[in-house]
Ligand binder design. Sequence first.
Ligand code: 6PG
Length: 254
Amino acid sequence: MTSSTEIRILTTPQELFAAAAEEVIRATTDAVSNRGRFTIALSGGSTPKNLFNLLATNARTSLPWDQMFFFWSDERHVPPTDPDSNYRMANEAMLSKIPVPAANIFRVPAENPDATAAAQAYDETLQKFFQSKPGEFPRFDLILLGLGPDGHTASLFPETAALEEKSRLVVANRVEKFKTDRITFTLPLLNAARSVAFLVSGTDKAAALHAVLEDATAPATHYPAKLVHPGLGKLTWFLDKAAASELSTATGKA
Ligand code: 6PG
């Protein structure tokens, strides 16, 4: 399979989340019928919450939740009970409302006061689950990502050390502007996926989107989302009209 990139521009956030939900259902059906299971990495922040709610309501009885395995493409360095926890958001919006076995949910052990140790533990969890060897990059069926106004994705922030990582699956990444560490998938793991879907909503993302999708002069280390290109996979940008407002009309389709 060669890589492909698709930019979908939906009129409203609701249409964006409906289209993204269709993609999750499509990818689940494809993975389960071809490989007997579906592996997904969830994004954090606020944007995916509406997608999770939609899946937990509209697809509660139609998805094979017992054959679906949940991971996180990044996590804040906080316990799972913390309001900033990406796990907590996904659990409240979806996982606590669907019949998925607890054994199918692999959250980042971010309560560990040592972020590097938490990242190492999660790296080992992935290697064990995918039965991959060190240096090998397992292929998720679908990785969800967001985009920050600064062009970051997962917790790969501009000009940070994690952008250089070439061998590990998960690392701790110091984010000076927030005076904190984050735990994040690395670029090689993101780019090994069968499918990556960005969900981007709102005008505050328009400038970063233009830089990532249209401005060839914008350095990738300033806009890390530019570095996400699954070599043998599919890349889909789900944008609403507000987020796409600085893109040239030639870019994207509904
Ligand atoms: C996180 C995310 C991060 C997020 C963007 C967009 O932990 O914050 O994974 O990469 O996707 O910051 O966040 P919003 O959806 O809140 O705008």
